[in-house]
Design a protein around this ligand. Sequence first.
Ligand code: SF4
Ligand code: MG
Length: 336
Amino acid sequence: SDAFLSVRDLNVRFSTEGGIVKAVNGLSFDLERGKTLGIVGESGSGKSVTNLSILGLHAPETTTVEGEIWVDGQDVTDLSRRQLEDLRGNKIAMIFQDALTALSPYYTVGRQIAEPFRKHTGASKSEARARAIEMLGKVGIPDPKNRVDDYPHQFSGGMRQRAMIAMALVCNPALLIADEPTTALDVTVQAQILDLLKDLQQEFGSAIILITHDLGVVANTADDILVMYAGRAVERGTTREVLKSPQHPYTWGLLSSMPGLSGNVDEPLRPIPGSPPSLLNPPPGCPFHPRCEFVDLVGGERCSTERPALPLGRGSACHLTAERKRQVFIEKIQPR
Ligand code: SF4
Ligand code: MG
């Protein structure tokens, strides 16, 4: 396929004192160059663990990673530590929720953008400095020539987030992984940062994985959405499909508990009752069945005994018939 990233049947297990945590189970997805995939779910859904696996960042003593993770024709699960470092430097970059974890307080912002560029291109000091100034301009830092020698604490939170994006993109990565990149920011700055990511993607052509608990974040940013629950993918489709005609009861729950998207500000939010299951001992059958209101519509013991599969194309891992999914969504869930 044309996919830059292909994950196939990924299983990630952690050994803990309490037992084996089944963090990711049977996950498969593809991502093409220049596209953004939103991976959405509550904390503990496996979305961040998946990305640490793509980056090869798990502690090998306590983690087993099974399956295939193809990045640009190489299976990450077969690479040595050294090859992984290379991959992370050249082809994959990350941005995080908190820029302070990525930026060192001891070096100027400009130096932290220039260093990786020098390392990977062999550019001279002055070329790299010019590139840092250029990148700060691209991410919307005003007067970058005069800010390039500032330290991170001299930047606002939003500016630090922009600087981290500049640092991530300076080597023109083919894949950018953004894990809750805007969660710590206020709503206005959040929207600006997401717009910036979109613009930069057009310019750099990177593929982006945008990890978030917030469907609102992916609504205007992602091409495709993968919804994860309890370490499993439960729904996938284009952003439009998932937001306009969601099929999985968990996705319905995510939508109903969001203020902005429903467009119905007066309606009280309906948080999903209960909490995600322990991944030490996940429920049999459909992982969502202990919280699902629609078990009776499926009937029998099916939801608690038989695990629904997720197709690779548009679809959801739920035993309800396609007709029922449509009907229930329109009658009970869809914002009026
Ligand atoms: Fe709910 Fe059953 Fe569908 Fe799972 S399979 S989401 S429990 S209706
Ligand atoms: Mg392998």
